[in-house]
Design a protein around this ligand. Structure first.
Ligand code: BGC
Length: 705
């Protein structure tokens, strides 16, 4: 069988989907390992291309086709056929969804699972069997260049969203969660040593990875950076100690690409199973290391077993009738991208304007004859960075295209790039309302890529809008009070220098290929905005942890995001979990099934949410826990559950939550284990992390230890 046929076999196997029991998988995998030569084992543990051919293929267009690893013709073992993400499928011309941070703002796990399902179908339809796009690194600081690839700053929320994407994708292909662990600085990612204590590691940086492991994710990608002095790709404490031994992960660890392994022996001993994307350190050095006894061959057997287990498991899953090139960027997937973008847009402010005495948004088309659209991002495709997560959709609907389509000729559209302030002011004055589209692009933030001196992305150099964007907002707002600012970007933006000048602000993130339509849907009220912030928007960078994108060494302490601001009593510009709607909601009747709960039990809570406005709308109901009697320092309040509910005007929905008590544990450094204190706790339910808007109920945890 040739290489091509072997890779086709992945699909052929899927065409006769037959469930296979875990026992049969083990037996089959063991049988294959027993027949392998040392070279064949190392072949399983390496990408298939040589360094030169692989590098050339990447330069021609990263991941246009699946990247193969471990195809074994003699034994008929289909290889891994890798596709990157998470914005969609990087291969070919696929559906470009809003970036993960935007999807984080939907707080919609069912939607994220559908996104995962669509991605899985597209990967499979393009000849892949592996999706490496479950990125759940914690957003420690909004300047992180790859913030857009993750879902936000809260470990619980990250876990829920990551699991949803995994569940959807793994109906069709293996999924890989990345980057394990503490990968939250971009520019110095290849060298930075993250020094971190056990409690911060366990409570803030690892729980969401654990959730994906418990969900049965096939693979974990090790990060480039070091943790406590050891590269993550060699880090036996993380890979063997915590991931494999403690959590019982039975999938495989894959290196981050090219520089994820520095030394074959350290990596193999550390618990690395697959070197990607080339045959390099493992292929060159493992034969000698095994012969000399420095790396026991049983370790290679274990790695190969891990790889085979997942290859066999997934060669027998899927829904073959759903695969085919017509599925890639299909009507249904593009509609899903639009829905995700609609639900991700966050309405940050919406004040009354003098003319009507009513909030500016939604823009009332019966009153608008001329609408001005200003800013250089207004008619620029802006779907995110140009690193490994770049998806190449067949088209991108810009804000201008979406707005023009929605206006359908009912109002004139005056477009201006905003480059000349006088012209922009004239355009604003001539219109009944103005939409200003400003923010970041791949030039400002993203994966740091330096190809032959051509650099792009990297960590942000500022948390403010570009000075010319801020000046444009001032100019336009002076010319027309009916101004709405639409911001694009991968995470928090500081708005202090201009926020008070405009009545309405929308955070649109990088909204994907259908983003322009989704934005117009929200602006004109076809869709009621429902996104909420998955990361705090501070008033000042001084309120955040220190961030040095060139650090060789950095300390990650326990405090970041809303937890840090609340501990220090600092008011954010827009709190974690915050987002407005065109309707209003009220909360009442918070009740607990019982006010005592056993350690191994669950807290059952329910709360009424009423749509008190005159429009249907979705609300994201959030549950936080506080620890008034804790013996150790705990966050003021932590997210422990959430739900998105749809309501009609006047409708009341009773929303129920069940929170296992173990979710309230902290990492006890003395006992070196998770620990729940048998004391009084408080449950808070409401629309965001704002204390004044939360209802509260106490419960006592009873000690049954
Ligand atoms: C990134 C990974 C990506 C890999 C493959 C690395 O630089 O950190 O997220 O999956 O490249 O392109």
């Amino acid at each position: 069988m040739g290489k091509r046929e072997a890779s086709k076999q992945v699909l052929a196997l899927g065409a006769e989907v037959q469930p296979i029991s875990p026992g049969e998988i083990e037996e089959k995998a063991r049988g294959l390992v027993a027949q392998m030569s040392l070279d064949e084992k190392i072949g399983q543990m390496s990408g298939d291309s040589s360094r030169i051919l692989g590098a050339l293929a990447m330069m021609r267009g990263y991941n246009m086709r699946p990247i193969p690893a471990g195809v074994n013709e003699r034994l008929g073992i289909p290889g891994i056929q890798f596709s990157d993400g998470p914005r969609g499928v990087v291969m070919n011309h696929s559906t470009c969804f809003p970036v993960a941070m935007a999807r984080g703002a939907t707080w919609d796990v069912a939607l994220e699972e559908r996104v995962g399902d669509a991605i899985g179908v597209e990967v499979r339809s393009l000849g892949g069997n592996f999706f490496a796009g479950v990125c759940i690194n914690l957003l420690r600081h909004p300047a992180w260049g790859r913030a857009q690839e993750t879902y936000g700053e809260d470990p619980f929320h990250l876990g829920e969203m990551g699991v949803a994407l995994t569940r959807g994708a793994q109906r069709h292909v293996m999924a890989c969660v990345k980057h394990f662990a503490c990968n939250s600085i971009e520019n110095s990612r290849m060298r930075v040593d993250v020094r971190i204590g056990e409690r911060a590691l366990r409570e803030m940086y690892l729980p969401h990875f654990r959730r994906c492991v418990d969900e049965g994710i096939a693979s974990v990608m090790s990060a480039y950076n070091k943790v406590n002095g050891e590269y993550c790709g060699h880090n036996s404490r993380l890979l063997r100690g915590i991931l494999k031994d403690e959590w019982g992960f039975d999938g495989f660890v894959m290196s981050d690409f090219v520089w994820g392994i520095r030394d074959a022996g350290a990596a193999a001993l550390g618990g690395q199973d697959l070197e990607m994307p080339f045959r390099w350190h493992f292929a060159n050095d493992l034969p000698g290391l095994v012969t000399s006894g420095e790396v026991p061959e049983e370790m290679l057997d274990e790695a190969v077993m891990r790889l085979l287990r997942q290859k066999i498991r997934f060669s027998q899953t899927g829904e073959p009738e759903r695969y085919g090139e017509h599925q890639v960027a299909s009507d249904a997937h593009r509609a899903l991208a639009r829905e995700a973008a609609q639900k991700s847009i966050v309405l940050l402010t919406n004040d009354a304007v003098p003319e009507t005495g009513k909030p500016l948004l939604p823009l009332d088309l019966t009153r608008i004859e001329r609408l001005a659209l200003v800013g250089k991002l207004a008619n620029t495709p802006n779907t995110g960075d140009t690193g490994s997560s770049q998806v190449r959709p067949p088209y991108v609907v810009t804000p201008a295209e979406g707005i023009r389509a929605a206006l359908g000729g009912t109002a004139a559209l005056i477009q201006d790039t905003g480059g000349d302030p006088r012209r922009a002011a004239d355009a604003a004055r001539a219109a009944d309302a103005v939409v200003v589209v400003v923010g970041y692009s791949s030039k400002d933030e993203g994966e740091y890529v330096d190809i032959l001196g051509r650099k792009s992305g990297g960590d942000r150099s500022s948390l403010y809008l570009h000075p010319e964007d801020e000046a444009l907002i001032h100019t336009v707002a002076s010319a027309n009070p009916n101004t709405v600012v639409v911001m694009m970007g991968g995470s928090a933006i500081i708005t202090e220098r201009w926020r008070g000048r405009v009545p309405a602000i929308l955070m649109a993130w990088y909204p994907g290929m259908e983003g322009g339509h989704a934005l117009a849907d929200v602006l004109f009220g076809r869709v009621n905005p429902s996104g909420k912030l998955p990361c705090v928007f501070p008033r000042s960078g001084d309120h955040l942890p220190p961030f040095d994108s060139n650090a060789d060494s950095v300390v990650y302490d326990y405090w970041h995001g809303y937890r840090k601001l609340e501990k220090e009593g600092l008011e954010p510009a827009f709190p974690f979990g915050f987002g407005l709607s065109y309707t209003t909601f009220s909360y009442a009747n918070l009740s607990l099934e019982s006010d005592t709960v056993a350690l191994d039990g669950a807290i059952c809570a329910a709360v009424d949410v009423t749509n008190t406005g005159d429009r249907a709308g979705d609300e994201i109901v959030q549950v936080y826990i506080s620890y008034p009697e804790a013996a150790v320092e705990r966050p003021v309040r932590e997210l422990k559950a959430f739900a998105r509910v749809s309501t009609e005007p006047g409708e009341t929905r009773r929303v129920e939550f069940k929170i296992p008590v173990r979710r309230l544990a902290y990492w006890d450094e003395q006992r070196n284990r998770w620990w729940v204190e048998p004391v009084r706790h408080t449950l808070h339910a409401g629309p965001s992390s704002i204390a004044a808007e939360l209802l509260a109920a106490d419960f006592q945890i009873t000690d049954t230890r």
